[in-house]
Design a protein around this ligand. Structure first.
Ligand SMILES: *Cc1c(COP(=O)(O)O)cnc(C)c1O
Length: 388
C-alpha cells in the first residue's frame, strides 16, 4: 500500500500482477520458459502494434545495440576501427555497444531536443563513417527525419536506440510508430522503461536478411532454434550447424509473458504519462526560470518517458539536495559520457556540455497521483524562490 510519506522517486514501474501471473502460468504448465513459444507470440504482437515487421526478442536493449553492429559488420564488411557517430548524452549502453564491436565512437552534438543535431552529424562524417546511432531522448524523435536523409544520402546505416520510445509516434501528416526510419531499431523493456518487464528488449530490422542473421547470432550462432526443432515436426531434431561465433542474447518466455500483458496497456499508460506532463507544464508555467526541452515537428506523440527541465543559473546539485530533503528523488538523464574514463576528453560539443550540467528529470511514473505531481512542482517552485 502506498502511504503519503513514501518517497517520490523518478521511476517506479506498475505491473498488472494477476494478469501477468496467469500468462506466466501458461509457460510453466506447458514446460516452456525459454526462447520460442511466448517469445514468438510477443514478436508478432510487437510487429502488429508498431508495424515494424522484422522483430526479434532479446534479453536487453544493450545486447540489441551490440548485435546490430555485429550484424552490419558481417553483412557489409565493416572493419575494426571504422567510425560510428553517436551522442555522449545517453546511457552508457549506447556507446559501450560500439566498443564491444571494436568500432570507434565519434561524438556529435545535440540540439535543443537533446537528440543528435543533424548539422553536427554532417560535420563528423568521414571516409570511415559506417553508421549513426540516434537516441530518442525521453521519447522525443528530435530531427530523426533529417538524420535519416543524411544517412541515406551518405549511404551509411542508421541505428535507432529507441530505449525510451515504446509508444512514440512520428510524422504528424501520416502518423506511424517510430522505427521505420532506421536500419535497426532497438527497444528496451527494462524495469523502468515505458513497457517494463524485468529485463528484455526488441530489435526490429528494415531488411529481413539482417533479421535472419540476428536470429542465429542471438543464439550462439546456431542455425536452428530449439522451439522449431521441437514443435514443427513433433519430434526433437538434435542436429544443427554453427556457422558463427554468436552470443547468448535471446529473450525468454517469462519476460515475453510480462511484455505481452504490458503491451496491452502501453497506449493507455503513455496517455497517463502525457497527462502528468501536462499537469507539470501547467503548474510550472508561471516560473520563467524553469526551461523545458523542445519537442520536434517530426514527433507526433511522444512516449513521454521523461519530464526534463533545466535552469540556467541555479546549480543543479543545490536543487537536487533540496528535493532530497523533501523526500523527492529526481534523476539526471544523462551525464555527458565523456566524463567517464572510457570516453573522454570533453571538448567541442557545447550543447551536450551545457545540458549535461543542468538537466533534471522530475519524477514521472504511473504510481503517481495528481497530488504527488503537485507536491513535486510546489517543491521546485519553493526551491527557486528561496534561492532568489
Ligand atoms: C535503458 C537504456 C538502454 C539500455 O537498455 P537495457 O534494456 O537496460 O539494456 C540503452 N539506451 C538508453 C538510452 C537507455 O535509456
Amino acid at each position: 500500500m502506498k502511504s503519503k510519506d513514501d518517497p517520490i522517486n523518478v521511476f517506479l514501474p506498475k505491473f498488472r500482477t494477476e494478469e501477468i501471473l496467469e500468462e506466466i502460468r501458461i509457460c510453466l504448465n506447458k514446460g516452456w520458459t525459454g526462447m520460442g513459444f511466448k517469445t514468438n507470440e510477443f514478436e508478432s504482437s510487437w510487429s502488429d502494434y508498431t508495424g515494424l515487421n522484422h522483430s526479434h526478442f532479446l534479453s536487453s536493449n544493450t545486447v540489441g545495440l551490440h548485435l546490430s553492429l555485429e550484424i552490419f559488420k558481417i553483412r557489409y564488411g565493416w572493419k575494426s576501427g571504422d567510425e560510428i557517430i553517436t551522442t555522449p548524452l545517453t546511457f552508457v549502453s549506447t556507446n559501450h555497444a560500439v566498443l564491444y564491436s571494436g568500432l570507434k565512437p565519434i561524438f556529435a552534438d545535440v540540439d535543443d531536443t537533446l537528440c543528435l543535431d543533424p548539422s553536427s552529424v554532417i560535420n563528423k562524417i568521414s571516409e570511415k563513417t559506417r553508421a549513426v546511432i540516434f537516441v530518442g531522448m525521453g521519447g522525443n524523435a528530435g530531427r530523426l527525419d533529417k538524420i535519416k536523409k543524411i544517412c541515406s544520402d551518405k549511404k551509411i546505416k542508421l541505428i535507432l536506440d529507441a530505449a525510451h520510445m515504446a509508444g512514440t509516434y512520428v510524422n504528424p501528416e501520416n502518423p506511424a510508430h517510430v522505427g521505420h526510419e532506421a536500419d535497426a531499431t532497438i527497444f528496451s523493456f527494462q524495469a523502468v522503461k515505458n513497457l517494463p518487464t524485468a529485463d528484455s528488449g526488441m530489435i526490429c530490422f528494415k531488411n529481413v536478411k539482417d533479421l535472419n542473421l540476428c536470429k542465429k547470432l542471438s543464439w550462439l550462432g546456431i542455425n536452428k532454434d530449439t522451439f522449431s526443432r521441437t514443435s514443427t515436426t513433433g519430434s526433437y531434431k538434435w542436429d544443427y550447424d554453427v556457422p558463427h561465433v554468436g552470443f547468448k542474447y535471446h529473450g525468454n518466455s517469462i519476460m515475453a509473458s510480462i511484455g505481452l500483458i504490458q503491451l496491452k496497456y502501453l497506449d493507455e499508460d503513455n496517455q497517463r504519462r502525457n497527462d502528468i506532463c501536462q499537469l507539470y507544464d501547467h503548474l510550472l508555467s508561471d516560473e520563467s526560470k524553469i526551461m523545458k526541452i523542445e519537442t520536434s515537428d517530426y514527433t507526433h506523440k511522444s512516449s513521454r518517458h521523461l519530464y526534463q527541465v533545466f535552469l540556467h543559473e541555479l546549480p543543479r546539485q543545490k536543487i537536487l539536495n533540496n528535493f532530497y530533503k523533501n523526500n523527492i528523488f529526481p534523476g539526471v538523464h544523462y551525464k555527458d559520457n565523456r566524463n567517464y574514463q572510457m570516453y573522454g576528453p570533453i571538448q567541442d560539443l557545447p550543447k551536450v556540455e551545457y545540458y549535461s550540467d543542468r538537466i533534471i528529470s522530475l519524477p514521472l511514473h504511473l504510481n503517481m497521483s495528481d497530488s504527488d505531481v503537485e507536491k513535486v512542482a510546489t517543491c521546485l517552485l519553493g526551491i527557486i524562490r528561496t534561492n532568489e
